[in-house]
Design a protein around this ligand. Sequence first.
Ligand SMILES: [Zn+2]
Length: 103
Amino acid sequence: MTDNCPKCGLPKDICVCKTIAREEQKIEVRISTRRFGKEVTVVDGLDDQDLDIRDLESKLKSKLACGGTSKDGTIELQGNHMRRIKDVLVSLGFEEDLIEVKN
Ligand SMILES: [Zn+2]
């Protein structure tokens, strides 16, 4: 484990990624591939100052009927949920315009 930001690689105390994310209030969803070709749906850019990420994680897991983890403003959900994730996030109160789904 390091104390460097996974996005920019800078030490977390000088990294501004979180500040930028908070100003933009944008959620980014993408697919990442894990070991053995398993896909996970990554929900990134969440502001852990303003919202309870563990609570959001459990709601997403129950709505999408999957497993998952959360860490440092990022939620990882097992499986590919690109088709439904935006609707589910909107149903949980997020602004549709601020959710960017990357393919
Ligand atoms: Zn950073």
